[in-house]
Structure formats: structure tokens, C-alpha cells
Design a protein around this ligand. Structure first.
Ligand SMILES: Cc1ncc(COP(=O)(O)O)c(C=O)c1O
Length: 442
């Protein structure tokens, strides 16, 4: 289904996000159509999508039921006020998401992106302690190398230096756990590394320094995706949960990437048998088709706010487009697809095949480490002597132009995370193409 589309001749006005603008505009990478596992370029090439768009098109691209649901909703209800009014699909979608969530995470606050979800979760955590009379609990604990989007809250608890260093003093009272990566101990790990659970004990050190009565929440990704795929070490998340329980600190899992099947379960929390207090999600909820994000909260958190006179707003927070009708329609159709096609189970079943194909790249030039978990892989390449990130950039660019495949590059780390509909043959094709790319950038 190749599509022909015109390419504008003036690329200058669009200031692209998280993109090397000048390099892109000199040699653009355009896509103008998509179906299932593939993108199509304006000049008619068919590209294998190795990155599910941006970790989001978990059900594959342009799936008919999702497209039809969005079209029907657009003709029925374009917009419903998000404050003091609503529409039925918002409630239906919240119920469906709550039913997928572990434990008593049974209330859903909607927003429009992962960044908004993170800032919403941090605000709910602060406000929760406040409404319960614990207003001194204001400190937030993030983690080095964590990515929690680009809002001020998210970059404050996040741990990626380039996302932070130009943006002032950020939130006060934020502390960071160490990241969990140690190449000497963990190189070429399939799944959760054996080494590293003890790093969760750093939370005890932070509590000892600041006292639990000043700490609101800890936020971590169960698998740190954007920094290059770092799975949680075995036992690490369980330890964090235990320490948070001991001190009344809320535990937030940022599942913007890991939610909706990426690690073989609706939420990674289920994979690890850990019930966090809040879960952020986005991306996979609509399979990338319409922007949507949200926060799942445990019953006790929601209930803590449901006090006071009934005509008064309980949480002074929300977005014009919270639970937008198009996003809700897309979300409901996406959840149907996940269920009907058993895509979370499919991801789980494919994990051994995926990791085996990925590990076969070991030994190729400049490959320093390969890490797999669920349907993701991070591949560290040695940096070129003349610039950190050059080899990674070139690999991503060559994959697009020469191997007809989209991949992510963060610095010199390549990351893949295909739609969960990927076939075994396409996994082989993907790593075959990747091997050629890695050799080409040697
Ligand atoms: C764990 C995590 N949190 C938050 C975000 C931010 O999401 P968005 O780009 O939709 O704001 C991302 C995006 O990749 C993410 O991976």
C-alpha cells in the first residue's frame, strides 16, 4: 500500500523535537503512510518498523478497527468538556484500564502524553500526602538515567543530563537513586540482570538523611527505555516496594513504555508481582493513534481526596483534552485488539525468540553490550573517536536509507521495540538488517 505524497520544499519553519534539525533538513527521513509492521516513504519505499513508531504502536499501524473507531467518533462527538461534563466512553475506558491493572489500582486520571502523566502523578502524590495532613512530605526520589518526559516535574525526577542541564534549577527537594547499569556485572543480559538488587537499598540511605516524614514518592521505570533499555535487576523493584511500605512513601511506576504489552503483560507491575501506588501510562493505550496518557491510582489514594463538601472540586488539576473523545474511542478499540489478538501473551511467547535473535549480534564490530527484556533490545556500540553519538546516528540514518528499517538511536545505543504483531520471520529480517547496519558503521 505504498502512498505517494508531496514533500514540502521548505523544511525550515518546523522546529523538530529531540531531533538534529540541520542534519534532518539536509537529508530528511520522511514517512507518509503506514500499515501493520511497515511505514511507507513518500517515494514509495516500504520500511520495517523496528521501533513501534516511538515505542507506541504496539498493535501495529493503521489497524482497521482503530481507524474505524476514530472515524466514527469524529462524526459523532468531536469534543466534550473535560471539566464538570464528560462523555460515556471516558468512563468505559477508565473501567477497562482499571480491569487490566494489578491490585487495587482502580481509578484513572486521563491526560494527553507521558509527560503530562508523570507531572500528574507527581502532583497527585504531593496532594495525597497534603490532604492526609502530611504536608511535610514534599521530596521526590527519581533515578539516574531515568526518563520521565519533558515537563518540569519529569525532568526534575528524570536522570538524563542533556534533558536537565539547560533548564534551570528544576524542582527543589528531588534526589536520585543510582542507575542500575553495570556493564562489568551485567553485559549481555537476557531479561532481568542477576546483579543490582542491592541498589534499591540506597533509598534507605536517603530516608536516613532526610527522614521519611519529608519524602512523598519514588518514581522509576520498571524498565528504563529511553536511556537504552535497562531492565530492573532481579528483586530490585520488590525491594523498593518493601522500603516504600516501611516508610509510607508512595511508589510510582512510570509505565509509559512498559504498559500495554511491551514486557508481555498489561503492565510490567504484573510481571514483577509488585503493586505500585500509581502507574503512569501513555503510548500503547491508543497504539499511538491519538495522543493520550493517564495515571492509575490505588483506591486508597482516590478515596483520600473524596472528602469535604460534594460540590467542591477535589483535585485542582486537569487538561482541556483529558479523556478526549477521539482518544477514548481509539483506546477502546486498541484494548479490544490487544484482547482479541492476545498481543500481550504474544509478546511474552516471542521473548525467547527475540532475545536469541538479538544476542546473535554479539561479536559484530563495536558491539559492547546487548540487553533484552520483553520485546525490546538495547545495543551499545563503541563511540567513534571523533564524537559520541556519531556512530549511533549514522546507524539510524543508514537503517532508514539503506536497509529500509526504522530504529531508535540514543547516543551510541541502538534501541528496538517492534509492534507486538511482529512475526518470527520479521524478527529475523529485523536483526539481519541490523547486522548489516552495524557492519556498515564499523
Ligand atoms: C518512561 C517514560 N515516561 C514518560 C515519557 C514521556 O512521554 P511523552 O513523550 O508522551 O510526553 C516517555 C516517553 O518516551 C517515557 O518513555
Amino acid at each position: 500500500m505504498a502512498q505517494v505524497a508531496t514533500v514540502p520544499n521548505d523544511l525550515e519553519p518546523y522546529w523538530m523535537p529531540f531531533t538534529a534539525n540541520r542534519a534532518f533538513k539536509a537529508r530528511p527521513r520522511f514517512v507518509s503512510g503506514a500499515k501493520d509492521m511497515h511505514y511507507f516513504t513518500p517515494d514509495g519505499r516500504k520500511l520495517l518498523d523496528g521501533a513501534a513508531g516511538l515505542w507506541c504502536t504496539n498493535a501495529g499501524h493503521n489497524r482497521d478497527p482503530i481507524v474505524k473507531a476514530i472515524q466514527a467518533q469524529a462524526g459523532q462527538l468531536d469534543y466534550a468538556p473535560a471539566f464538570q461534563f464528560s462523555h460515556p466512553q471516558a468512563f468505559e475506558l477508565a473501567s477497562r484500564i482499571a480491569a487490566l491493572a494489578p491490585g487495587d489500582l482502580d481509578h484513572v486520571f486521563f491526560c494527553n502524553s507521558g509527560s503530562e502523566a508523570v507531572d500528574t502523578a507527581l502532583k497527585i502524590a504531593l496532594a495525597y500526602h497534603n490532604v492526609r495532613g502530611n504536608a511535610s512530605r514534599v521530596r521526590m526520589i527519581g533515578r539516574e538515567r531515568g526518563y520521565h518526559g519533558v515537563g518540569f516535574g519529569g525532568i526534575a525526577v528524570g536522570g538524563i543530563v542533556n534533558n536537565r542541564k539547560h533548564f534551570g534549577a528544576l524542582l527543589a527537594g528531588v534526589h536520585h537513586l543510582s542507575h542500575t547499569y553495570n556493564r562489568a556485572e551485567q553485559a549481555f543480559s537476557v531479561g532481568e540482570p542477576e546483579w543490582g538488587a542491592h541498589l534499591a537499598d540506597e533509598l534507605e540511605r536517603i530516608v536516613a538523611l532526610h527522614d521519611a516524614s519529608t519524602i512523598a514518592a519514588v518514581i522509576v521505570e520498571p524498565m528504563a527505555g529511553s536511556t537504552g533499555v535497562l531492565a530492573a535487576p532481579k528483586g530490585y523493584l520488590q525491594k523498593l516496594r518493601a522500603i516504600c511500605d516501611k516508610y509510607g512513601i508512595l511508589l510510582i511506576f512510570d509505565e509509559v513504555i512498559t504498559g500495554f504489552g511491551r514486557l508481555g503483560y498489561a503492565f510490567a507491575a504484573e510481571r514483577y508481582g509488585v503493586v505500585p501506588d500509581l502507574i503512569t501510562f501513555a503510548k500503547g493505550i491508543t497504539s499511538g493513534s491519538v495522543p493520550m496518557g493517564g495515571v492509575l491510582a490505588r483506591k486508597g489514594i482516590y478515596d483520600a481526596f473524596m472528602q469535604g463538601p460534594e460540590h467542591v472540586v477535589e483535585l485542582f488539576h486537569g487538561y482541556t483534552y483529558s479523556a478526549h473523545p477521539l482518544a477514548c474511542a481509539a483506546g477502546l478499540a486498541t484494548l479490544d485488539l490487544y484482547r482479541e489478538e492476545k498481543l500481550f501473551e504474544r509478546a511474552r511467547a516471542l521473548e525467547p525468540k527475540w532475545s536469541e535473535a538479538a544476542m546473535a549480534l554479539k561479536g559484530l564490530p563495536n558491539v559492547l553490550d546487548i540487553r533484552t527484556i520483553g520485546l525490546t533490545v538495547g545495543i551499545d556500540l563503541a563511540s567513534k573517536p571523533d564524537g559520541v553519538g556519531k556512530r549511533g546516528f549514522e546507524a539510524m540514518d543508514r537503517a532508514f536509507h539503506e536497509q529500509d528499517m526504522t530504529i531508535r538511536a540514543v547516543g551510541d545505543t541502538l534501541a528496538l521495540s517492534p509492534p507486538l504483531i511482529v512475526s518470527e520471520a520479521q524478527i529475523d529480517e529485523m536483526f539481519g538488517k541490523l547486522a548489516k547496519v552495524i557492519k556498515a558503521v564499523a
